[in-house]
Design a protein around this ligand. Sequence first.
Ligand code: ADP
Length: 481
Amino acid sequence: MADRSASQSSVVITMKVTTTPAAHLAFTNLAYCSLSDLSEFAIPGSDLFLANVADSIEDGTIALNAVQRRHARVSADDMVTITRFVPPKKFDLTLLALELEFVKKGTKNEQVTLFFFVVVAALVIFETMHAYMQVFTVGQRVTFEFHGTNYILTVNRAVVEIDEIQTNGIERGMICNDTYLVFEASNASGIKITNQREAATRKIFKEKEFDLESLGIGALNAEFVDIFRRAFLYRLMPPQLRNRLGSKIVKGVLLYGPPGTGKTLMARQIGKMLNGKEPKIVNGPEVLSKFVGETEKNVRDLFADAENDQRTLGDDSDLHVIIFDEIDAICKSRGSSSDSTGVHDSIVNQLLTKIDGVEALNNVLLIGMTNRKDMLDEALLRPGRLEVLIEIGLPDEAGRVEILQIHTKMMKENSFLAPDVNLQELAAQTKNYSGAELEGVVKSATSYALNRHLNIEDLSKPVDEENIKVTMEDFLQALRE
Ligand code: ADP
């Protein structure tokens, strides 16, 4: 029997080390032992925490895998002392971030796959670690199993963001309630786990590949993260983790909001990001063919590639992203349209069958877009269909500055933007303008500037390119139009 002394603070338990295969344990610093309620206990100096009781483990023993035994510098049959974990003095959980680095990579090393793999790894770690309030120490190795392969991660750096927190020169970090994941796409071998949500969200897009600004998208960072988190992360999880979390794959997203706010822009980038190629974009009114019966065929054709892949490749099929612009045109509330032929009904049915019917496709993500959510057939928005609803609203003032910056970037880089142009001021004057309208303002201001330089009398005269300047007055004039 384990020897457990009476005093609360100085509980010391002695246990005998037994071995266990690595695959049993998700993480190296969770050690199974024969006692329950030991999550605040650790092997001193090793950060090995004691986890749940495992029935198969004998009384008075602690089961450690090879990596753990090395880490704790013990061998099988050694006796180890376990004490209550005492957090370092200035241990402020909310200040820490961790960076993990892969030391062994998966076999598929295509960038995107690897990146997603890293995301999954982070999620697995996050979910598990979070439950146990795990402490990490720099240099510590963490093993986990994913699709039958054991991966080893090392904790590369514990970023102490505000205060210097060190214990004996060892940097530590801990995942807690405030911890959020940051995915760094610029280097697929690195992941940061950090605690500041806003900072985290912003940070992702400061990284090269997901820099929305460089993709020409302004003011939609939060929405982008939302779509990513709600629609895609579950797809990337191993099925068993998904089952444990009780979540089903999201098959459809609806982006709704006023026209010109960047829905198409964003859906297209997301599609590209997910499978590296241009997504299929169709437009409601176009699909709605003049000829009765053709529309259903059009809808069927849309899914043909995905169906083919699912049939031939099964679970290995790539994700097919299908973007449906103006989806309200074909999925109007049934019975509400002026259409009396029942065509709309059968198209909606066709679409629903593809999404969740007998022929349900798991390799499809449908991104529907509409300016008129109120017009949509309710049936389309039920769970399992276009269930993730994301509103893309008009940009606020800060958002308008971002969008104006994006659309004046080129002229600024090429010195066509006069120094008096104050984007902040323009943003203040363009309340309720959409991204598309702001783009229009920039175009119009540019045309005023060009107009000054063109010699209308003699168009063959060369334009003095170097001196073209788009001024604040050009912008103000564009606003007055
Ligand atoms: P929606 O699909 O919401 O009607 P679009 O994505 O088609 O709008 O936007 C039309 C154009 O307006 C885009 O191609 C882009 O040039 C500009 N635009 C709209 N929203 C934004 C934005 N948030 N950031 C940058 N440009 C934008």
